[in-house]
Design a protein around this ligand. Structure first.
Ligand code: ARG
Length: 456
């Protein structure tokens, strides 16, 4: 480092060094360097013998990385310098030619874009596994009744299949968001140099093709400092993790004795160190609790990028730990969620008993009155009166006396009311598109299967 003859302060080095966390970019870095070297040789910027030496050297370095024998040295500031240092140790002077027409700024931006593409593709696949588990559980519990809740108060009965598919559609949107992040990371930064481009006659289209980028970054300043795709992946991950937290919380509630709707497999539960009877749904609880951590990673990167002047700033080094932690955390959560959902067993009788609550038919009673000409607002009030009376009498809507009915909802026949609230027709009455009637859920399942198969 000719410009700076004095050694770096060790504390500054500790602050400045990223190799401790960015070494995981080694596979992407080597991919990028191989493509770069090939481009340099094709363009006659380096010789064929240099290319051969660099290819051989990088292949050896890749093997050391894969075998875990690569040694990070004291002076290796980041993954890029570590790999170039090792390459030069292995092949001598030719190693020093690799960095021609390239800067660490376009290099790290390329590594990160490659990493985002890998991470987004993997997250999409893992979301697909969970979508599949939900579809399969929906298929095997097609007509199991349960209450749907609003404000966590029983609202109307639905089929368990319908409830599970609600989570499916959220995850399908997540998968589309991961696909978007993958696309967004499709602009090749390499070839932008430090900030302004390079003086060499490079071929960026060749680089893009070698590395699987559909497009070449249009502007060198933008390309070296663009981290939008990292935000996109973190944002998709944050939303997905939030969805997992919503799924997790339902498993926690449903597996409690109070609900008794389901039991998670032993493989995803723990016992208590003190209470011998306990089976705790820890996995579901952690799905719930990991979400804010991932949201925090997104928020942190927004903070890092906020008000940064163009183009590369060292601040950008802070993108990595946010991305890596979010990707690791989400991958682990998704990998647990899919088999946990697949292995959860449901208690048909407990759910049916909760769904049989006569009050869940209140809307259907109001709709009946509406069909007879009562304006909805008025019918709503009348049924509210019936519910109050039913609760006070403790006998349910079907047990209301003829006199009470005559007083509160004149003309409503007791037999018809009783049939409506106990006859089980309330589920099948929801025939609107996207509703819970069996025919509609079957259509929905068809569409869900098709959505699962679509190329995300
Ligand atoms: N470790 C750096 C990062 O992650 C690589 C780029 C360094 N560029 C520079 N001009 N110092 O951002």
């Amino acid at each position: 480092m000719a410009r700076l003859p004095d050694p770096q302060d060790p504390l500054f080095r500790a602050l400045n060094s990223s190799v401790g966390f960015d070494f995981r970019l080694a596979p992407q870095d080597i991919r990028g360097s191989l493509a770069h070297a090939r481009m340099l040789a094709r363009q006659g910027i380096i010789g064929e013998e240099d290319l051969a030496a660099i290819e051989k050297g990088l292949t050896d370095v890749r093997e050391e990385v894969e075998w875990g024998s690569f040694e990070i040295r004291e002076g290796d500031e980041d993954v890029h310098m570590a790999i170039e240092r090792r390459l030069t140790e292995l092949i001598g002077a030719a190693g020093g030619k690799l960095h021609t027409a390239r800067s660490r700024n376009d290099q790290v931006a390329t590594d990160m874009a490659l990493y985002v593409r890998d991470g987004a593709a993997k997250a999409g696949r893992l979301v697909g596994d969970l979508m599949q588990a939900l579809i399969e559980q929906a298929e095997s519990h097609l007509d199991w009744a349960m209450p749907a809740y609003t404000h966590l108060q029983r609202a109307q009965p639905v089929y368990l299949s319908h409830h599970l598919l609600a989570h499916f559609w959220r995850l399908r949107r997540d998968r589309l968001r991961f696909a978007f992040a993958f696309e967004a990371a499709g602009e090749l930064p390499l070839g932008s140099g430090a900030v302004a481009g390079t003086t060499f006659d490079t071929d960026r289209d060749f680089l893009a093709e070698q590395l699987g980028f559909p497009r070449v970054g249009e502007n060198s300043l933008d390309a070296v400092s663009n981290r939008d795709h990292v935000l996109d992946l973190l944002s998709a991950a944050a939303t997905c993790a939030t969805h997992l937290s919503q799924l997790g919380t339902e498993l926690v509630l449903w597996s409690s004795d109070e609900f008794g709707f389901c039991e998670v497999a032993d493989a995803f539960a723990s016992g208590s160190s003190l209470l011998p009877q306990k089976k705790n749904p820890d996995a579901a609880e952690l799905l719930r609790a990991k979400a804010p951590r991932i949201v925090g990673r997104l928020t942190t990167l927004h903070g890092v990028l906020h008000a940064l002047p163009l183009a590369y700033n060292k601040d950008l080094q802070e993108d990595k730990e946010q991305l890596f932690d979010a990707v690791d955390t989400l991958e682990l959560c998704l990998s647990v969620a899919a088999p946990m959902i697949a292995g959860t067993s449901f208690d048909r009788a407990r759910m049916a008993a909760a769904a049989a609550d006569e009050l869940l038919a209140a809307t259907d009673v109001a709709d009946l009155l509406v069909r007879r000409g009562v304006p909805f607002r008025e019918a709503h009030g009348m049924v509210g009166g019936l519910v109050r009376e039913a609760l006070a009498s403790g006998r349910g809507l079907s047990g209301l006396s003829a006199q009470a009915l005559e007083r509160l909802a004149p003309g409503l026949e007791p037999e018809i009311l009783a049939e409506l609230v106990t006859g089980g027709g309330v589920l099948e009455s929801k025939v609107s598109a996207g509703g819970t009637s069996l025919a509609r859920v079957r259509e929905q399942l068809e569409r869900a299967r098709a959505a699962l198969e679509e190329r995300a």
